[in-house]
Design a protein around this ligand. Structure first.
Ligand code: 5GP
Length: 120
């Protein structure tokens, strides 16, 4: 259930450089930065640079290059972080029921502590 993309969302502003972020890494089609309100010692947000609201939107409408870049990029961000050696968690909230706050696709990377069965 994908809504039209709202170019005024905060991650769009970060991508345009209108709002600062604490950048972790960047590739041609992807950006990673620290979550402003970390829920774990490592809490990084990975986003595609393209205007995609959800996983279903991205997987349907992004190019193979963008999709490959994003998948590889998330792996690199995890690999490059010493604190996630003992494991990490990827999580994407999609849509209202999942509590997606920002309508630009983002994958949370949690690590640096035992994570338990789920992270709310
Ligand atoms: P969601 O609830 O949509 O899955 O996750 C949104 C995440 O974005 C939250 O963890 C929240 O702390 C984070 N966030 C919201 N606004 C900003 C911001 O302006 N900068 C950064 N770095 N993170 C943000």
């Amino acid at each position: 259930p994908t809504k039209p993309y709202d170019p005024d969302n905060i991650f769009a502003k970060i991508l345009r450089g209108e709002v600062p972020c604490n950048k972790v890494d960047e590739s041609e089609h992807s950006l990673a930065f620290h979550d402003i309100n970390p829920l774990a010692p490592v809490h990084i947000l990975c986003i595609p640079k393209g205007q995609y609201v959800s996983w279903d939107d991205f997987s349907k409408n992004a190019s193979p290059e963008e999709i490959a870049d994003f998948v590889r990029f998330i792996g690199k961000v995890a690999r490059d972080n010493e604190m996630v050696e003992q494991g990490y968690r990827l999580l994407a909230n999609i849509g209202k029921r999942a509590g997606q706050e920002i309508p630009h696709l983002h994958v949370h990377l949690f690590g640096g502590q035992p994570l338990g069965p789920m992270l709310a």
